[in-house]
Write a protein that binds this ligand. Structure first.
Ligand SMILES: [Zn+2]
Length: 237
């Protein structure tokens, strides 16, 4: 069995697994979806604020119209006050009361307009804030999307490279070794285990001296503890 070549194959296959894992993680990450959602929520918020401003402006216009009407009423009352029609104290008192009432109504409408103006100012500030957030999210979305596309492209290339190497290695290994390796792959991701410091790197259990010597001399043995093939790598390898 050509354990050394099989070990190379195993390394490439493990690399491929890591790359596949990264691709899956990127593809299943829902950050883009969440950003999209956040953007659409903010957009709705923006539209609502815009709507409320236009509603408030409309209300303001109506109040102004009311005031114009009230001013007109007031001036009519004033004209009436000095007309021949007001010919006794009772009528005068009545007309004066009407003038005071209309003045109070005007004041109250002006107050309401001021309140509306303040409200519009506040809403405008809020809109600017939401607009900033929208720009930020849009930017982040584009950046994330581009980064992700680049990363996926890079990973796809890496995958092709590794697969090519894998195929080349496979060609250089005899069929029996390959089929034995494939069989072991059912149990382990890494059926071939390096011996480092006289231990199996697969399970970290020490190798008995006799096995260690045998593997070092080129025998094919499995780890007594985990069952992986043991590979001794000379320093020069
Ligand atoms: Zn082991």
């Amino acid at each position: 069995m050509n354990l050394s070549r099989l070990y190379e194959l195993q390394l490439r296959e493990l690399e491929l697994k890591v790359v596949d894992g990264k691709i899956n993680k990127l593809e299943s990450d829902d950050l883009l979806y969440r950003l999209k959602q956040e953007y659409s929520d903010l957009k709705n918020q923006y539209l609502l604020l815009k709507e409320s401003i236009s509603e408030e402006k409309k209300q303001g216009e109506n109040k102004k119209k009311n005031i114009r009407q009230l001013e007109e009423n007031k001036s009519n009352y004033e004209k009436l006050k000095y007309s021949a029609e007001i010919n006794n104290a009772k009528k005068l008192k009545m007309i004066e009361k009407q003038i005071v009432d209309v003045e109070n109504n005007i004041k109250s409408e002006i107050k309401k307009i001021d309140a509306l103006t303040n409200k519009i100012k506040k809403t405008n500030i809020e809109m600017i804030d939401v607009k900033k957030k929208l720009a930020f999210i849009k930017n982040k979305f584009e950046k994330t999307k581009n980064e992700r596309t680049d990363e996926l492209e890079r990973l796809a290339k890496e995958k092709i490279e590794i697969k090519k190497l894998t195929e080349e290695i496979k060609k250089s290994i005899d069929e029996n070794s390959l089929s034995e390796y494939t069989k072991q792959k059912r149990w382990f991701n890494d059926p071939i285990s390096l011996i480092v410091s006289r231990k199996c790197t697969g399970c970290s259990v020490g190798i008995p001296s006799i096995d260690y010597e045998a593997v070092r001399d080129g025998d094919v043995l499995k780890c007594e503890s985990c069952g992986r093939f043991l590979l001794y790598k000379k320093k020069s390898d």
